[in-house]
Design a protein around this ligand. Structure first.
Ligand SMILES: *Cc1c(COP(=O)(O)O)cnc(C)c1O
Length: 346
């Protein structure tokens, strides 16, 4: 049975070219700054994003943690959306490990923060208050269904930050999906923020790793914090080699993932029993609900799984499907036939 795994774009396997590059990678001890492949990846990422420097980290979670700990001292406050990956899915790390106070405001359905909410969330000077230091954005926005923030939306947040002397960090786990969806260069997005984290291990299909990019002084301090949290790696060039291939060969193909997500959502819209919003699908994520309050999500999920279609459950009454390297348009057609049968058990 063909298994069509739409749980996440993290399930992607490295391409043959990546495995070859990993095998051949020139290596050294990166904690001494002597791994030439790591140095090459970091320089490449910095150039692509239009930042002075970049730093390889283990994961997106570590990238956000290290970035926020670099911007903030204990007791400082970071403002982010209540659907932010950093708030929901990163084990509360910035609070637990950094003593950083998280101030959430509602994410709008398009992944944006309301600018009035944002202004109201910034603390004035008062002995009672924590010190607001940082605003975090997410683009594309995972829990908002892969919604893409435009450069203009990000610039509006930048302006609020500048008015109040705050820094802006972007959780750009799917930064390249955003750039492809908008038809802009990643540097145009990165230019709106002080620091950005992006994942190599999602749609770009590398096995491991993320990069943080920012100013040279920011990255110097982030390198220190990365060591503190145990993220200093030695011959990590074996991983960076795959990352270089990812950046050089996997970006343009993200458009296929977006087209497949569109094919999926339009197909689902035609099957009675599913509730989807084709207008909301801007990148590689499709949020799926079932019609009717009594619909049995467990039963539909199990029926899909029994026929080899895997999706993830985002909450009690919501599924998520993600397209990626390894899923082609014929898989989407196969999956739609399974979706059509599975909903009859709801
Ligand atoms: C996946 C993801 C991360 C974290 O990445 P890991 O490498 O799994 O730690 C961070 N932010 C967003 C929006 C993500 O989707």
């Amino acid at each position: 049975m063909r298994v069509i795994d739409l749980r996440s774009d993290t399930v992607t396997l490295p391409s043959p070219e990546m495995r070859e590059a990993m095998y051949r990678a020139e290596l050294g001890d990166d904690v001494y700054g002597e791994d030439p492949t790591i140095n090459r990846l970091e320089a490449l990422a910095a150039t692509k994003l239009g930042k002075e420097a970049a730093l390889f980290v283990v994961s997106g979670t570590m990238g956000n943690l290290v970035s926020i700990l670099t911007h903030c001292q204990r007791g400082d406050e970071v403002i982010m959306g209540n659907q932010a990956h950093t708030f929901v899915y990163e084990a509360g790390g910035v609070s637990a490990l950094g003593g950083v106070h998280v101030h959430t405001i509602p994410n709008q359905p398009d992944g944006m923060l309301d600018l009035v909410d944002l202004e109201n969330a910034v603390r004035g000077e008062n002995v009672h208050f924590p010190t607001t230091r940082l605003i975090c954005l997410e683009n594309t926005h995972n829990r908002c269904g892969g919604a893409v923030l435009t450069v203009e939306q990000m610039a509006a947040v930048r302006q609020v930050a500048d008015t109040h002397g705050l820094a802006v960090h972007l959780d750009g786990a799917r930064l390249f999906n955003a750039a492809v969806a908008l038809g802009v260069d990643v540097s145009a997005i990165a230019a709106q923020v002080d620091s950005v984290q992006f994942c190599l291990s999602k749609g770009l299909a590398a096995p491991v790793g993320s990069l943080i990019a920012g100013s040279a002084s920011f990255i110097k301090e982030a390198r220190h914090i990365r060591k503190m949290v145990g993220g200093g790696m030695r011959q990590a060039g074996v991983l960076a080699a795959a990352g270089i291939v990812a950046l050089e060969t996997m970006v343009e193909r993200l458009a296929h993932d977006h087209a497949n997500a569109r094919r999926l959502v339009e197909g689902l819209a035609d099957i009675a029993g599913y509730r989807v919003n084709p207008d909301a699908v801007q990148s590689n994520i499709v949020m799926i609900e079932l019609e009717g309050l009594g619909a049995d999500y467990d039963a539909v999920g199990a029926a899909l799984e029994a026929e080899g279609v895997k999706i993830s459950r985002m909450s009690a009454r919501r599924f998520r499907a993600v397209t990626h390297y390894g899923i082609d348009s014929s898989d989407i057609d196969l999956a739609l036939a399974v979706f059509s049968r599975a909903v009859r058990v709801a």
